[in-house]
Write a protein that binds this ligand. Sequence first.
Ligand SMILES: [Fe+2]
Ligand SMILES: [Fe+2]
Length: 286
Amino acid sequence: MAIETSEAKDLIYALGGAGKVANMTHEERADALEDFDIARLDAASAEVRDMRKFPSVAELDARIDQRGYRRGAGSIFRHSNYSEVVKPGVPEGKVKRLPKMPSAPTLLDFFALRIGSSSAHLLQSAALARRRGAPEETVLACLLHDIGGVLMKSDHGYWGAQLIEPYVSEKVVFAVRQHQALRFYADPESGYEYPTRYLEAFGFDYAPPPYIQAAYDYTRNHPWYMEARLVTMNDLYTFNPKIKIDIDDFHEIIGRHFRQPKEGLGYDNSPVAHMWRTLINPDAPL
Ligand SMILES: [Fe+2]
Ligand SMILES: [Fe+2]
């Protein structure tokens, strides 16, 4: 499928730039293009989705006691290969031994050593925001928007906002927290459609609970609405996990907008230090 020039630029940038694309194998490029086409078709066909292929809320609810885990558990507590869709007869993988962290870990260390497979999604979202000319704080919000999901997927926007609150501006916290609610509400003017993935994950007949509706109403009427909406607009639901964008590409933005504590994240006695320590050692039994 031919792609428009601006879309090609978005794709190349999201993959790490022309240099990285040039170094990709033919197979990697084909995979990336296929993922891109799927995402584009997904958006284009949002209006004509066949709801019959998605589970209902009741069907998803019936699967709860068929699993050995709860879907809200953060990714660091689970094997990376698990699926949100139950696959009968497919055994769950084992978690990996985590590498040791430095005694005063930085955000870059967490990206390198703890965030794991989720970092591809964060890096590609941030790269896309930057390619589209978003301000640095928006790029940072995109880079951090799902960091809470490493600890807890359920309400991950709230967990993520709390985790970063002592270290970033109020605007970045707002964007990360409020993206939790905005994801459920389309904004055609901004080009944001309800994600097909949510029809699968939440059920085609899902209605967000009242606290999410209230958070949406609050955010929709807030002067910083676009700060949070931009996070959802750059939230790539389809990406190629084989393609790596380096966290070092965002070194300067992090340096300017993330107040790294000199004691290290987890050891600065901030109100959220324990959350970073749990990421450092999620194998602690108590
Ligand atoms: Fe998210
Ligand atoms: Fe996301």
